[in-house]
Design a protein around this ligand. Structure first.
Ligand SMILES: [Zn+2]
Length: 264
């Protein structure tokens, strides 16, 4: 008995020197869904010849007496809430399955340009916007996921309002806000952020024809998250984002289930 007590004391005395994981209390967070549901209204790039298909294979009672349902799905990689892997615009860069998880699970900063986008739907994030954010909230830490809030998710799934044009097969008249190239260079090359996300259809503005933001991000193996939802429910700093795409080997992107953990 004496021995057991002594051992217990010894163990508890040892405990603080062992590796201590911080306590994870799910009740300390509000979980926010950043993904639009995939369905027949899911928005794809106008030049995409295919959209989301979800075909019923079985639905109902079986001879065995139990219920059974099953579907087949097919989708282009780039549509709905989705990942852009660096290889999307960067030859030899990382494919969807090879993106380090630390780029997909990280603390987030949310830069809100929704007021500016309301008065100019071609608004692009500038270095001055980033500087203003940092004056108010502190420097953007290396490895952060940047989420650009344009307010555009409120238009989902209205293609005309969201994309600025709904001509099938024609992407030349799109008009929506997003990152600008100079801000992207600052975030990617100087702040060395983990990823660029946006609640609009692309990390480049709709009018872009050279896709410079995609190219800047790709060169540094920075993935993009597009068509995000519910960014208005996130604080400017302090949320943790978990953005896990379908793990498509050699993929250039893919459907993304993204959530945020917001401290209560
Ligand atoms: Zn994409």
């Amino acid at each position: 008995m004496r021995y057991i007590v002594a051992l217990g004391l010894a163990l508890s005395a040892c405990a603080p020197t062992q590796t201590e994981a911080p306590t994870f209390d799910p009740a300390a967070y509000t979980l926010v869904d950043l993904t639009h549901s995939f369905n027949a209204q899911t928005i794809y790039w106008p030049t995409s010849t295919k959209t989301f298909e979800h075909v019923q294979q079985a639905f109902g009672p079986t001879p065995g007496g139990y219920f059974y349902s099953s579907y087949e799905l097919s989708t282009p990689e780039h549509g709905g809430t989705h990942l852009d892997a660096p290889i999307h615009f960067g030859e030899g860069k990382e494919t969807a399955d090879r993106i380090p998880l630390a780029r997909l699970v990280a603390k987030a900063v949310v830069i809100d340009v929704s007021a500016k986008a309301d008065s100019d739907r071609a608004y692009q994030l500038t270095p001055d916007d980033v500087a203003a954010f940092e004056r108010k909230h502190g420097p953007i830490a290396e490895g952060s996921i940047v989420l650009l809030r344009t307010g555009w998710s409120r238009h989902w799934p209205d293609r005309l309002a969201y994309l600025g044009d709904n001509t099938p097969g024609d992407a030349s008249k799109l008009n929506f806000p997003s990152y600008g190239p100079d801000a992207a260079r600052l975030l990617v090359e100087q702040r060395r952020v983990a990823a660029l996300g946006v609640d609009a259809a692309s990390i480049d503005i709709g009018k872009s024809t050279d896709f410079m933001v995609h190219r800047i991000a790709a060169m540094s193996n920075v993935p993009g998250f597009e068509n995000l939802a519910n960014l208005d429910q996130l604080p400017a700093t302090g949320a943790i984002v978990i953005a896990l795409p379908m793990k498509i080997e050699a993929g250039s992107g893919g459907p993304l289930r993204a959530i945020a953990m917001v401290p209560r």
